[in-house]
Design a protein around this ligand. Structure first.
Ligand code: NOJ
Length: 429
């Protein structure tokens, strides 16, 4: 079977994880606080801000026809209401380079990091954050919209729900207090709060020039207020984008775990899906597409997540090696009734042969979905490069391409060539 003619094949990155020196962002500030809980600061990352041209050329050479990356709000609007023409010109260059190489851009407008100044206002709990976010989207899209066929407003808009589920698992269902010192990630989600500076202490707030009550970073805000702010940010941003760039297809992305009930876990498992997915349906109403992000499955018992099965193969993130999850999640998410893109799917491993196998099995599942008429329009592997995995630093290696961070030399892995060949053939075999 071949994939639909215009199927998008690509890999994905996020600005803060690859560009380097994201100085005006909230993450940069908290990464540099002593005992922040970050394994290491992001530093130069993959220096993609400078090397984007050679990187995009390499993606083309490998056989891909699309690239998912994010535009960094903290660069475009480094101070409240102050827009950087230079940053906008930079992203115009990146987008034009994509088009020059025949690479269709899939752009994310917010991927976890935010401008530092937003934390002075209350971050992702501030009631006017949706207005600020929509204003930034309007500027970007009025300048660059004609170069952007697909825009995802917010990456993993439901991350707070997953974090809450993880906290429930860790605290036996009480939901509080927030755990400190946790380094293991929930399935399919990179980072979790791991240190006092980010979690509960003042140093993180000081570094951001704010107070602890206002220091609500996107990734560490899981209150009801925060979740409402995120949903409203999406709907206001979509409206702004449609006004200035009506031809751009707009959506968001969700982290979707394959919840599988263990004995007696049916209701609990359904509740998890309803929180992570169904509760977003009203916000998705009016979207052109949904970005599905999946990494593994979670077995759910009546009281929460169950341990991995005996002898399960685990990834560097502690997730079960379970590429079949993608198919299950796509089938379930199809109920939203909008076209879907797999905007992330991948595995953190040192052993690239396991990545090759992971991709092979995940894509077989995707192929079965297509054969059944499920509308999936693209597959973006996470990630293009071994990059900055948030709290965990550079240790987990998700990349199709390795990066020597001293020399910034790129080494293409076998998995990149294999996936590139599939993309070129537009078929698995
Ligand atoms: C989800 C996030 O979007 C991305 O930033 C992260 O690196 C990957 N999953 C892997 O954990």
């Amino acid at each position: 079977m071949t994939f639909p003619d215009d199927f998008r094949w690509g890999s994905a990155t996020a600005a803060h994880q690859v560009e380097g020196n994201n100085l005006a962002s909230d993450f940069w500030a908290v990464e540099h606080v002593p005992d922040s809980g970050f394994a290491e600061p992001s530093g130069d990352a993959c220096d993609h801000y400078r090397l984007y041209r050679q990187d995009i050329a390499l993606l083309k050479e490998l056989g891909f026809n699309s690239y998912r990356f994010s535009i960094e709000w903290a660069r475009v609007e480094p101070e409240d209401g102050v827009f950087s023409r230079a940053a906008i010109a930079h992203y115009r260059d990146v987008l034009e380079t994509c088009h020059e190489f025949g690479i269709a851009p899939m752009v994310t407008l917010h991927h976890f990091s935010s401008p530092r100044w937003l934390m002075r206002l209350g971050g992702w709990e501030y009631e006017k954050t949706p207005n600020r976010f929509a204003a930034y989207c309007r500027v970007v899209m009025s300048e660059l919209g004609s170069l952007i066929p697909h825009a995802a407003t917010i990456n993993e808009a439901n991350i707070a729900t997953l974090t809450r589920q993880m906290i429930e698992d860790m605290t036996g269902g009480t939901g509080s207090p927030a755990p400190v010192g946790v380094e293991q990630a929930p399935v399919g989600v990179g980072p979790v709060p791991a240190g006092p500076a980010v979690d509960s202490g003042e140093p993180g707030a000081d570094a951001l020039g704010t107070t602890a009550d206002k220091r609500n970073l996107f990734l560490f805000t899981w209150s009801e207020t925060g979740m409402a702010v995120v949903k409203r940010s999406h709907t206001m941003a979509r409206r702004a984008i449609k006004e200035v760039s009506p031809s751009t297809q707009v959506g968001l992305t969700l982290a979707l775990q394959d919840y599988q009930p263990g004995p007696g876990g049916e209701k609990a498992s359904d509740r998890r899906w309803a929180a992570a997915f169904d509760s977003f349906l009203p916000a998705l109403d009016g979207d052109d597409f949904l970005g599905v992000q999946n990494y593994s499955r979670v077995l759910v018992g009546p009281d929460g997540a169950l341990p991995h099965p005996e002898g399960a193969e685990l990834t560097q993130m502690g997730h079960e090696f379970y590429p079949q999850a993608l198919e299950n999640v796509l089938r379930r998410a199809a109920s939203a009734g909008v076209p879907m893109f797999v905007t992330e799917n991948g595995i953190a491993t040192e052993d690239d042969t396991r990545r090759v196998e992971f991709v092979r099995l995940a894509l077989q599942g995707l192929e079965r979905c297509l054969a059944d008429g499920i509308d999936v329009r693209g597959y973006y592997h996470w990630s293009t490069f071994d990059n900055f995995e948030w709290m965990l630093g550079y240790k987990p290696t998700f990349g199709l391409i390795a990066v020597d961070r001293e020399t910034q030399h790129r080494t293409v892995k076998d998995s990149a060539r294999r996936l590139g060949e599939i993309a070129r053939r537009n078929a698995l075999r």
